[in-house]
Each structure stands twice: as structure tokens, then as C-alpha cells.
Design a protein around this ligand. Structure first.
Ligand code: SF4
Ligand code: SF4
Length: 440
């Protein structure tokens, strides 16, 4: 007979038996799991974590148990195990559900609660606030704040210095105009997600994305009132907060569509384009996120069906204008939430192959996480660094001069890792590279 705890209670988002039971414990996913590779502990493998979720589901362990939190928190949510799994286990849904369960029952310190409110409610959904925060961070980095912080030899100050290492050299909120007309005959019309980090730090990449699409006959418009997609919230188990942002985005994009009178929502837009892999993966799952909300579930599914990564959309519709040669030795690193979350593998490679004089060098373990993983490099710095070191080692051995990727977290994490290793290899978003290849 199994002991049952009086508490904790799978909540509505907790991983249910239908998802858990798909795991047959075969272990095929274990060799693809970065945390299992670093820690060598079964409970830090996908199979071990699913076993823990099952134990909680059966109420033989409380969702507030420290061990449950520890092993689930150490997961990168990279979803490499999902790609490897022959039984179709949807691990991303499992781990995000487990985290929401932990958030619901595990007491947090006052400081941790304040950090969550500041990050999830004040910064991420508000582009101007996030932009100001980014500008201050860039300035602090330029003024040498890292050396000062490290000189204190205080652990907390050292952590802040580590975080400043991740900050890019410049942040810009100067993105594309509201409408970027197609060049030549219009082939399609798409809406662009501005994004929180993309819109306030990497906004020039948004502008580059719009230009590249327009060069290929695709009109781009940027709906007003849109906000952060909620991916970071969902990864951290903050599913109610993620739902609130998803509703705001769906309404904003529907409203923008309403400007074309007489059309049903999303009828006149061919796709919702996202150039941050983590955001795209989350938005493709808006239907799942809002599945229990009768007012929003159908709208969320209609929205999610239109979401495409920029590389996926452009490669599928086909490059119409040939880019010019670039003469670089480059390597491609798959963002986890593009490859494993959205199953987009071939399209970015096809776009790179379309750039003349670009020597594409295969990267060992290109399908492995870089350790960025949303806020993982903040919450699990030691593990994140171990995972990053492995990635940087492969990049340096590849001999490439440029690393191409398609997610802001990966851009910042890999660039920081390369710099720490004394390397001059640069990291570039694929849309920026294409924009550069097209020239002015
Ligand atoms: S998640 Fe999939 S691959 Fe991993 S143990 Fe379960 S069934 Fe096997
Ligand atoms: S999501 Fe990544 S880190 Fe987490 S269990 Fe799967 S492979 Fe391991």
C-alpha cells in the first residue's frame, strides 16, 4: 500500500497521468540530456524526473518536497529528450507543469517573491522599463562595474558580475516601423512579434528581419499593444502570468487584423513571425496554455496555428532575392526551442546554404543546449557554466569565425562564454547575417 500525503495536490497545470504514462522508462533520452551528462544522476535525467512527477502525481511525494524542486529546477527545459524519445513523450509540457505545481505549493522567501514580481510583472511585459534596465546594465558594464563587483569578493556581488558578463556590448530599442512594405510583387503579409528582450535589446534584429522578409516580397506589420510572449514566465512555472500575457497578445494581434475591415481575425495575415526561438515555441503552444479557458481556447489555437519562426517561414516560402557573398567561415548552433521545441532543423541550414561564399562548418553537438535556457543561467549559474563550457569547446575546435543562431538567450550566453575563453569569435542572429548579405 502506498502512503499518501495530505497535501499537495496536483493543480490544474500539474502533469497528468496521460502525459506521464507515455514514458516507458526505456532510457533512450538519457545520452541526449545535458544535465545528466554533467551530474550523472538518474534523478537529473528526463526519465528520473518523469518518475518523480509520477510519484508526486500518485501522492507518494509532496510537490513541496525540496528534492522535487531541486531536480525539476536543474532541468534546462531544452527538450532534447523530447526529440530523442521514441514514445512521443511531451517533456516540455511535463516539466513546465511540474514547475507550476511547485510554484503553487512551495513557500518562497520574501526576496524571491519580490524578484519574481520585478522580473515577471514589471520588467518583461514593459518594453520601456526593460529597455531602461538594459541600457543601465550596458553602461555599468562599460564603466567597469564587473571588476569592482568582483573585487569585493562577496558571493552576491560576484553573481551580479557574472550576470553583467551576459549583457551585450550595446542594447537598442530602435526596431522596424509599423509597416514595412514588400519589395516588388507582394507574396504574403505577416505580423511580427516585437518581443521583450528582442524589442528592447536586439530591436535592430527585428528591423533586419523585416527588411529580409520585405526583400523577399513579404509585407511586415508590427501590431501595437503587443507584449512579452510569456515564455520565460511559463518556463519558470508562472503559468497564470503567462496566460495573462498570451491573452494580451492574442487580443493585440486580432485588433491589428481588424484594421483590414470585414476580415475574420488572422484571415488576412499569412503568419505571425517570431525571430526568437523560445518565444516561437511558447506561442505555438498558446492553445495548450489556454486550453481550459472556454473564452480563449479557440482564439489561442487559431493564433498558435499562424506562428512561424522567421527562418522557417522564409525557407518554406522560398528565397526570391539572391543574397550576395559574405566570405565567412561560420557554424550554426541550433537553439533548443527551435530544434526540439518547434522541430525546425533544415530551414535555417537551407538559408545559410543560400548565402554565397559562406563556408558552413558543422558544429559538434549543435543540437545541445548552451546553458542559457530562459533564466537558467541566472538560477543555476554553476550548471549553466558547465553546459556552456562544453558548447564553447566545440565552437573553438570547429575553427569557425562566426557562430550563427536564432535566439537572444543563446546569442548572449555563447558570446559571453567565448569572450571568457579569450576568443574573438562573434555570435550573430541568422536574420542579421542575411540582412548583411543583402546589403543596403
Ligand atoms: S522520456 Fe521517452 S526516451 Fe526517455 S525514458 Fe521515457 S519513453 Fe524512454
Ligand atoms: S529538457 Fe533537457 S535538461 Fe531537461 S530532462 Fe530533457 S534533455 Fe534533460
Amino acid at each position: 500500500m502506498t502512503a499518501t500525503f495530505p497535501l499537495p495536490y496536483p493543480n490544474a497545470d500539474a502533469p497528468g497521468e496521460d502525459l506521464i504514462a507515455r514514458c516507458v522508462h526505456c532510457g533512450f533520452c538519457l545520452p541526449t540530456c545535458p544535465t545528466f551528462a554533467v551530474l550523472g544522476v538518474e534523478m537529473d535525467s528526463p526519465r528520473g524526473r518523469i518518475r518523480l512527477m509520477k510519484t508526486v502525481w500518485e501522492r507518494r511525494l509532496g510537490a513541496d518536497a525540496a528534492g522535487f524542486d531541486d531536480h525539476i529546477s536543474k532541468c534546462l527545459d531544452c527538450r532534447a529528450c523530447e526529440t530523442a524519445c521514441p514514445s512521443g513523450v511531451e517533456y516540455g509540457k511535463l516539466v513546465e507543469g511540474a514547475r507550476s505545481q511547485i510554484v503553487a505549493v512551495r513557500p518562497r522567501s520574501r526576496i524571491e517573491r519580490a524578484i519574481r514580481v520585478a522580473a515577471f510583472d514589471w520588467l518583461l511585459p514593459h518594453r520601456r522599463a526593460l529597455g531602461a534596465f538594459a541600457s543601465i546594465s550596458v553602461l555599468a558594464k562599460r564603466l567597469g562595474a564587473r571588476a569592482v563587483l568582483r573585487a569585493t569578493h562577496l558571493r552576491a556581488a560576484g553573481r551580479m558580475a557574472d550576470l553583467l558578463d551576459l549583457v551585450p556590448d550595446r542594447a537598442s530599442a530602435s526596431g522596424p516601423p509599423r509597416i514595412v512594405r514588400a519589395r516588388g510583387e507582394r507574396r504574403a503579409r505577416v505580423a511580427l512579434l516585437r518581443g521583450c528582450v528582442m524589442g528592447s535589446v536586439f530591436a535592430p534584429t527585428n528591423a533586419a528581419t523585416a527588411r529580409v522578409l520585405a526583400r523577399n516580397g513579404i509585407e511586415v506589420f508590427v501590431p501595437d499593444d503587443q507584449t512579452c510572449c510569456g515564455a520565460l514566465h511559463a518556463h519558470a512555472g508562472e503559468r497564470d502570468r503567462a496566460r495573462a500575457l498570451a491573452r494580451r497578445n492574442i487580443a493585440a494581434f486580432e485588433k491589428a487584423e481588424g484594421s483590414e475591415r470585414g476580415r475574420a481575425p488572422f484571415e488576412s495575415v499569412d503568419a505571425v513571425i517570431v525571430n526568437a526561438a523560445g518565444c516561437g515555441a511558447a506561442m505555438k503552444e498558446y492553445g495548450w496554455l489556454l486550453k481550459d479557458d472556454p473564452e480563449w481556447s479557440t482564439r489561442a489555437s487559431a493564433f498558435a496555428a499562424k506562428v512561424k519562426d522567421a527562418t522557417e517561414y522564409l525557407a518554406d516560402i522560398g528565397v526570391r532575392e539572391q543574397p550576395r557573398g559574405l566570405g565567412v567561415r561560420a557554424t550554426w548552433d541550433d537553439p533548443c526551442h527551435l530544434l526540439h521545441g518547434q522541430k525546425v532543423r533544415e530551414q535555417p541550414r537551407a538559408l545559410l546554404a543560400a548565402i554565397p561564399e559562406l563556408e558552413l562548418i558543422p558544429l559538434a553537438e549543435a543540437d545541445w543546449c548552451c546553458g542559457s535556457a530562459g533564466t537558467y543561467n541566472v538560477t543555476q549559474p554553476d550548471l549553466a557554466r558547465a553546459v556552456l563550457d562544453r558548447k564553447v569547446g566545440h565552437i573553438l575546435r570547429s575553427g569557425a569565425d562566426v557562430v550563427i543562431t536564432a535566439n537572444p538567450g543563446c546569442l548572449m550566453q555563447i558570446q559571453a562564454g567565448l569572450r571568457a575563453a579569450g576568443s574573438r569569435v562573434t555570435v550573430v542572429h541568422l536574420m542579421d547575417l542575411l540582412d548583411q548579405a543583402y546589403g543596403p
